[in-house]
Design a protein around this ligand. Structure first.
Ligand SMILES: *[C@@H]1O[C@H](CO)[C@@H](O)[C@H](O)[C@H]1NC(C)=O
Ligand SMILES: *[C@@H]1O[C@H](CO)[C@@H](O)[C@H](O)[C@H]1NC(C)=O
Length: 425
């Protein structure tokens, strides 16, 4: 047998094993999710607030914001719905929420057995780990397909709804890279540069009924539980945008992540300490856009509904910054950057992220997209002083490891990872 034939055999075997495994997974997931949908839960009114033991929330003197008069105290908001959209730096934000939750001993509504709420099916509160009607939860933040009515039956009335958007052209590129292989119709796209070929004639390749096709068109709109295949002039697009505007207090932007955090701090009465972060789950070379101006234009045209959504919230974002004060914003962002840089020099070996292959501890290995090792991670310094060790560790910890530490059993996700390790995919 020649080397070439051997390779072909190997890849065929890989395909067979994978196919069988994926099918079993789908059946399993289907059984699990459908068995949950069948019993209907009693309707118990949710409480007004789940901010337990308010004395623990350390009321503090408010900063001199335009919304709060000086001298008044405010209490950090503890009841939070974070709608985690895909490929939007949301792993970085989740890390920050996990730390905030631990600091104030808040109760998270986590999924069970995996790290999302059976995405892409719409969220059901029965998917929450150990859920019983009438229970109090403070924070929900794992991936879900948003379902406002069902979320409202889970979280208290004073919950702050927060989300984050990203430029749809960049998001599309990232999603294509990360999820493209999970979308069967991409398998038949010829050539090395599938993204360019797809954007050359997306209507030819795209199959709206195709398995996982939502990853490759208006993914933001889809994540919010809306129809991602609407034409731009469909009135339901405007309606969808209005619905998000009314439901969410704060819509952050990836491109202005620090500014977003400062607005969050202002809206939820947090402290600067709560905003410290390292960029997690970043892709190698992701600081520069991989799109030429022409491809970018095509990607925006293809994701026109998301583009409209993004432009709308870009406008409201800058209005909020105006109200906050541009100068004050610039100062606060500079302070946050300075503090983050200080933490990086305390915690991170070499001061920056490294390739997966150079990460020494398995605990610090981030989850990789199928077929590659493009997501970077960190090595923690060995000699971090005792005062910072715990914080450094938590700030650097990838999402799945942190979820495990918070008591989420991720057996489905982990099994899937094992199988990928074995077949080296
Ligand atoms: C606080 O806000 C008031 C207006 O509400 C303003 O007159 C005052 O200068 C501000 N103080 C500081 C320290 O920014
Ligand atoms: C977002 O808004 C700012 C300020 O209005 C504007 O300068 C910028 O071009 C907008 N960006 C997009 C992508 O629309």
């Amino acid at each position: 047998m020649t080397v070439r034939q051997g390779r072909q055999m190997r890849s065929m075997c890989k395909g067979l094993v994978l196919g069988t495994f994926l099918t079993s997974c789908m059946i399993l997931v289907y059984c699990l999710s459908s068995s949950q949908v069948h019993f209907s839960l009693p309707e118990v009114p949710v409480p007004y607030s789940c901010a337990h033991r308010p004395s623990q929330m350390h009321p503090k003197l408010s900063t001199n914001s335009s919304l709060q008069t000086a001298g008044q105290t405010c209490t950090p908001t503890a009841d939070i719905m974070f709608m985690k959209t895909h490929k939007t730096a949301s792993s970085t934000f989740l890390n920050l929420l996990f730390r905030f939750g631990e600091k104030y001993q808040l109760k998270f509504a986590f999924p069970s057995s995996r790290n999302d709420f059976f995405y892409p099916s719409l969220f059901q509160r029965s998917q929450v780990k150990d859920y019983r009607p009438g229970m109090c939860f403070n924070i929900i933040c794992n991936h879900m397909r948003f379902n406002a009515a069902e979320v409202a039956k889970l979280l208290p009335l004073d919950t702050s709804y927060i989300t984050i958007l990203r430029d749809p052209a960049e998001l599309f590129e990232s999603s294509f890279h990360y999820f493209g292989r999970l979308v069967p119709f991409t398998w038949k796209i010829p050539g090395e540069d599938k993204l360019t070929e797809f954007l050359r004639d997306p209507h030819y390749y795209f199959d709206p009924e195709g398995y996982n096709s939502f990853y490759l068109k208006n993914l933001l709109f889809f994540d919010f539980g809306l129809d991602n295949t609407l034409e731009l002039d469909d009135p339901r697009v405007e309606e969808g945008i209005r619905f998000i505007t009314e439901r969410f207090q704060l819509v952050m932007l990836v491109e202005y992540f620090e500014e977003s955090l400062i607005l969050l701090k202002n809206a939820l009465c947090w402290e600067m300490d709560d905003l410290l972060f390292f960029k997690l789950n970043a892709r190698k070379g992701s600081t520069v856009s991989k799109l030429t101006p022409e491809l970018r234009a095509r990607a925006l045209e293809w994701n026109a509904v998301d583009w409209k959504l993004y432009q709308h919230f870009n406008q409201t974002f800058w209005k909020k910054v105006d109200v906050y004060g541009c100068r004050r914003m610039a100062e606060d962002v500079a302070e946050l950057r300075r503090r983050n840089a200080e933490m990086a020099s305390i915690c991170i070996e070499g001061g920056h992220a490294v390739d997966a292959g150079s990460i020494q501890e398995t605990d610090m290995q981030p989850w990789q997209p199928i077929g590659e090792k493009s997501i970077m991670g960190y090595n923690m310094k060995k000699n971090v002083d005792k005062a910072h060790r715990k914080l450094c560790r938590k700030m650097l910890m990838p999402e799945l490891q942190y979820l495990t530490e918070l008591g989420v059993n991720l057996w489905i996700t982990k099994l899937w990872g094992r199988v990928r390790d074995i077949i080296n995919w």
